[in-house]
Design a protein around this ligand. Structure first.
Ligand code: F6R
Length: 256
């Protein structure tokens, strides 16, 4: 795992934007896995401003609430079109977001897995992390081999996401999420985390034991995982000096 610690969310976002921009420039028909939430907002704005060519890019979002209409301001469908897709030249048919309004949820979960396979797999998966260590909506105790499926959110996540809905009771209890096994098959993963409220989840993921209790800790088993943090999110890391040392001494030939 490559841990990149930057002084603030802006500079950490800049590093992540460079990584994604390079991926799109070098591989115009790349398959990206995307995340929602507050963490990637600045990243999406930065990517929009970079004027990249998204015409051949395919995307697969991590998750979606079940039962929220597409046009609901908190649906991830709405989030993605509002904050990224509506501002870039991506083709609508290349965008994939789990359909939280499907009649047969388990069928569309299976289809989602097939669509990812048919696209050749995910080249680069962007991730945030929940305060409880979830990635996607794979909550603690999720199977580390899980595939795209329905999950019930924890009370902690409903509480955390109440800020988007105004009221905790309005947060849908059920979601569709890519599984941990699905995420682990991405060729490269890029996790972002900012703020002190993520510090515990980050130290559990990066330096804790690999455990279904901390779903993001499975990234320790991923061959190409990068984690971009600001100082606050990195503040509990025992080996932070080492991560800074590695980053500062990266040979020029070894790209970020
Ligand atoms: C969203 C997702 C979640 C979020 C996590 C952090 O697609 O997969 O795992 O990344 O809940 O959310 P924020 O960024 O709002 O703190």
């Amino acid at each position: 795992m490559e841990v990149i610690i930057q002084s603030n969310p802006q500079t950490a976002t800049h590093v992540a934007a460079k990584i994604i921009a390079r991926q799109i420039r070098n591989h115009p028909s790349t398959v990206l896995g995307l995340a929602t939430g507050s963490t990637p907002l600045m990243l999406y704005q930065t990517l929009i401003e970079m004027n990249l060519d998204w015409s051949e890019v395919k995307t697969f979002n991590l998750d979606e609430y079940i039962g929220l209409p597409f046009e609901h301001p908190q649906s991830y469908y709405h989030f993605m079109w509002e904050n990224l897709f509506g501002h870039i030249n991506i083709r609508k048919q290349n965008v994939h977001i789990p359909d939280g309004n499907a009649k047969d949820i388990s069928k569309i979960c299976q289809q989602y897995e097939q669509l990812i396979k048919a696209a050749g797999g995910i080249d680069m998966q962007l991730l945030g992390i929940g305060t409880n260590g979830h990635m996607g909506f794979n909550e603690p105790t999720s199977s580390l081999a899980s595939r795209t499926r329905i999950k019930t959110l924890t009370q902690q996540t409903c509480h955390d996401n109440a800020r988007f809905f105004g009221n905790e009771n309005d947060v849908p209890r059920h979601v569709i999420t890519m599984g941990i096994g699905t995420i682990m098959e991405a060729r490269e993963v890029l996790m972002l985390a900012f703020g002190t409220n993520k510090a515990q989840a980050v130290v559990n993921a990066v330096e804790g034991p690999v455990s279904a209790m901390n779903p993001a800790s499975i990234l320790q088993m991923h061959p190409v995982a990068k984690v971009c943090l600001d100082e606050s999110a990195a503040s509990f890391l025992e080996k932070s000096d080492y991560y800074r040392w590695v980053y500062a001494n990266k040979p020029a030939w070894q790209e970020i």
